[in-house]
Design a protein around this ligand. Structure first.
Ligand code: OGA
Ligand code: MN
Length: 278
């Protein structure tokens, strides 16, 4: 791609309710001159795709820093390797949960504002990343459903995700995941902007104070609704693509890929700026 300087942010919508392509070149993005515009487009569209931008780690770090404060991993890295290959990353165990709908930093007081992935090596099969717009999914509920969700909260636990891929875990592993703690979160997040989104994902264990069957039915139904085609986008990667998501108003997951496929994406994250409040 030629890197001519643009005087506008060049964007086009991918689907009506989710996703925009951004076509500007490296220099434009690294200059920071579009940072405010990119942030507001991200909030509006949920997912931004920068096709084959081919950022190096340094450029990814620099671009991320134009948008806010970089959030470090628990292990200290600011650019983190996402892969299921134990030779490539330290985080394989908890990344297995990335195959199920979630948002990043669910268990933290301020969940991650946005995450950014750059594709380095792809799997010959699978390994797409799917996204769902939880603002649009909330807006699409009936008035009756909205009233039903008012004041409801769910208990979220990292250890719930363990059962998705390791249904009979070793006790020590369960204890390790339980040590992460539990957090009660409203199902409807009223953001500072006044917009509302649904707070769901594989960490959601039960709706507080609700009969367990009714709670399971409701959580599953909401997940099915929020991730259904009108709110959903699948990114099929090319090497060099960068994809960024508003982690406060979307869910995401990877589609299955072989552990040894060598798939490797590099992730940076922006620190959260607001807690999840009803
Ligand atoms: C992540 C994540 C999905 C993927 O990086 O937070 O969930 O497709 N990645 O690897
Ligand atoms: Mn994730």
């Amino acid at each position: 791609m030629t890197d001519k300087l643009q005087s506008v942010l060049e964007t086009s919508e991918i689907k009506p309710n989710i996703g925009s392509l951004v076509q500007n070149g490296k220099q434009d993005l690294l200059s920071g001159k579009y940072a405010a515009e990119i942030r507001s487009l991200l909030e509006e569209r949920g997912v931004l795709v920068f096709p084959k931008i081919n950022f190096t780690d340094d450029e990814q770090r620099q671009f991320t820093a134009t948008l806010g404060n970089i959030a470090r991993e628990r292990t200290g890295e600011d650019v983190f390797t996402i892969s299921l290959d134990p030779e490539k990353t330290s985080g394989v165990e908890y990344l297995k949960g990335s195959l199920y709908w979630h948002f990043d930093g669910t268990m933290q007081p301020l969940p991650i504002l946005a995450s950014i992935l750059c594709a380095k090596v792809l799997s010959p099969t699978g390994g797409d990343t799917e996204f769902a717009n939880t603002y649009a999914a909330y807006d699409g509920l009936s008035d009756e459903q909205k009233v039903e969700l008012e004041g409801q909260s769910a208990m979220h636990s990292a250890w719930n995700t363990l059962y998705y891929y390791d249904p009979e875990p070793e006790q020590a592993k369960l204890e390790m995941f339980m040590d992460v703690g539990d957090i009660e979160l409203p199902i409807v997040w009223t953001h500072k902007s006044g917009r509302k989104s649904l707070v769901l994902g594989c960490t959601a264990r039960y709706i507080v104070g609700m009969d367990d069957k009714k709670s399971a039915r409701m959580l599953n139904g909401l997940r099915e609704w929020a991730t259904s085609p009108p709110f959903h986008y699948t990114h099929k990667w090319s090497v060099g693509d960068m994809v960024m998501w508003d982690n406060t108003g979307t869910l995401h997951r990877a589609t299955p890929y072989p552990l040894d496929a060598g798939r490797e994406l590099h992730r940076t994250k922006l620190e959260g700026e607001e807690p999840i409040l009803a």
